[in-house]
Design a protein around this ligand. Sequence first.
Ligand code: GDP
Length: 424
Amino acid sequence: MVTAIVGANWGDEGKGKITDMLAEKADIIIRFQGGSNAGHTIINQYGKFALHLLPSGVFYNHTTSIIGNGVALNIPYLLDEIKSITDEGVPAPKILVSDRAQILMPYHMLFDAYEEERLAGKSFGSTKSGIAPFYSDKYAKIGFQVQELFDAASLKEKVYRVVETKNVLLEHLYHKPLIDPEELLKELAAYRDMIAPYVCDVSSYLWKAIKEGKKILLEGQLGSLKDPDHGIYPMVTSSSTLAAYGAIGAGIPPYEIKDIVTVVKAYSSAVGAGEFVSEIFGDEAQELRVRGGDGGEFGATTGRPRRMGWFDAVASRYGCRMQGATQVALTVLDVLGYLDEIPMCVGYEIDGEVVTDFPVTTKLAKAKPVWKKMPGWKCDIRGIRKYEELPKECKDYIETIEQEIGVPITMISNGPKREDIIYR
Ligand code: GDP
């Protein structure tokens, strides 16, 4: 039985917490896309962790954590991340890495930084983790899969061939130091030794696991609106953030994904540039930012202040539809307890007309939010474990969102800890 846990918004919905929670009853947790460019914050008995590359199931003894072929695999980063959790007393997790995962090369991060520098004010707001250059190379077929590290002769030939083109760009476009192919080969030999203990034919492993009835979780990174096809292109990420891609990025049949837990945030936040219709500014935004998440809405990877906004029903309904949501986990609801009134964006006004279907980016750029105001509940709802015990205004807010998105809200997260959850 395979369950995907994915985001309906711009990312940072709290997928890490939900995955960590559901992983208690799972056998295998897989990252299927993205890289170390986004973070998941998890709080448990060992402490508070910001994971970037490891799946959020690594804190249990009984789980196997997998880096699927769809991930941008930064090998030294992965090893550092494993060490960072074992240093805090977490038992050494069981980790497998797909032999088809592609390697984030040292030069991908450099190219990411150089390109942002070149674009200056017109940049994408990249986290400079090398993700865009990595995926460009993957699809240009000049990337390197993990398995290629183990064939020295062909690796050498390919490294020389790839470096030739990289160096043209470095010299003539970016005016930066060139790559020495022999140095790169030495680095890749070190990568090979680091990753060797984890390498696995993941799709075959998962095929058997599915046959044995194992419980498998696919953990997504970012959210629907950052998907390269269905998101706010071009201000998107470089790998698909949708549950459907979980089948490809993990190597399992699409029909095995039976349940798609879509995480929806009770207000909005976004990192990086791009259209964001329900965005708010100034003091109103700062208050929500400081109260938001666990200790404020600041990026887990970069520490950057996140852009803030109210709940966007148009974007979230679309986000759930593109994920194929079977159920929704509504998160960070506790944060809104300070408000007398809670605005909700229920439509977009574009050229004098109100639309409720999420439009393409060029239209989105002209959209103005249509607000509906909901009464606030003006109290702290943390610690509540039963739906009936929530204040009436809070239940109204939840049920209005449920009507808007058209998917049952089965879980309500009212705090950052594992146990801060209301099952409905
Ligand atoms: P992810 O990338 O989707 O896993 O999300 P992040 O980890 O970047 O952001 C979620 C933030 O909100 C983290 O700091 C979590 O600890 C925190 N968080 C998750 N669920 C809740 C919740 O229900 N209430 C509050 N207050 N914080 C939460």
